[in-house]
Design a protein. Sequence first.
Length: 418
Amino acid sequence: LCSDGANACFLTGDLDTMNELIDEVLSKDIDTVEKYRVSEIKVKSLHAVGKVNESIDAALDFRRQLGLPTPQKKPASKFTIAREYMRVKRLLKKKTAEDIANLPELDDERQEMGQRMNELLIVCVFQVQPTMLPLIIFLLTTTTLKHGLNPSSCDAFAGLGMILCGRLGKLEKGCEMAKAAELIVEQPGMRRITSKTIFVAQSFCYHWTEPLQDTVTPLLEGCQKGLEIGDTDSACSCLVVRSYCLYFTGRPLESIQEELEATIEVMTQLRQDARKMRIVILLATVKKLRGIDTEAGDEKMDSLLATAAATGNFSLAAFVNSMKLEVFVIFQQWEEAIELVQKSGNVRLALTSAFNTVRYTFLQTLTYFKAAQTASGKKRKQMKKCGKTTLKVIQGWAKNGNVNVVHYLRILEAELDW
């Protein structure tokens, strides 16, 4: 009853009562399996209110209690990531999406609970430990390939598609893995993961090979399905990405502002603080571009950067810096733009493989070329070299079939020839 009550309180936003019920269950001397459901609610609720590090700690701790292999909460080296990827590659062999969807069902309760914790970890680690993200996804994938399918397997293969597309440049294989996730979610017993599968596939995979506009309608459907099944986390995630897609595809700013303000009200009611911050960032940007409440918007962005620094939230900082760069470039404030680019670190890593990564790389490259045009001597050469380096990244995306970067590429090549 306490577990059911805690879940009901989480869904209705009554977090104080939820925490009391969770503590009551966890304080009892009962089997770890019996504590699973409230542990799941605890991980989800901590993330929902922005306590990302605590959410990660809770999920990792529960996996250890289950006696399952658990990565350490620390940056992962390139060697470790490459080693774990090779393990996945060996297990995958030449399996197609259909082959993966025809794997047997998972019938090990302990592995199923461990998979669920990995699934929840994905939404947290990219914010504060982005190099851990591939390790969690690879662990989800190898467990599925060894032990069988369950709802978490959708996250495994959609997540693998995200890594293949965004980090390894294997767009065709990445979209094939996203397709595998979509085939799995159509099977009986997978309904709870429907919204999240749509979110990951549309947000991180398909935009690499299809027009960005094509993701807008599926993301709205993903939001609706999430609300229908009580998956408010994934529903709101779909809303966040859809909102940014509306901006990036050139919808009128006034209509975007109206939608963002309505979205913030919904997320406030659902206690989706972490996801609401992404909407607040976009709203401040839209208002700035429209000349509305500019000083208040600047203060909000600075406040969010301070929060990101205090909590070690690289993803939040990347979102803020990417949209600040958006404003600087549109208003042709090139000095401010180059200063931000040089100070903001590896934004692409923190933005994973969302379209925001593509947009930031374009703006970053344009900023380098503009800085080179007004510089001289050694600094001019340095800025041009940096721009050519990031230009090669965009050229690689275009060569691999990314239709959304073609116009970016033409603009940048024209600037390079200036």
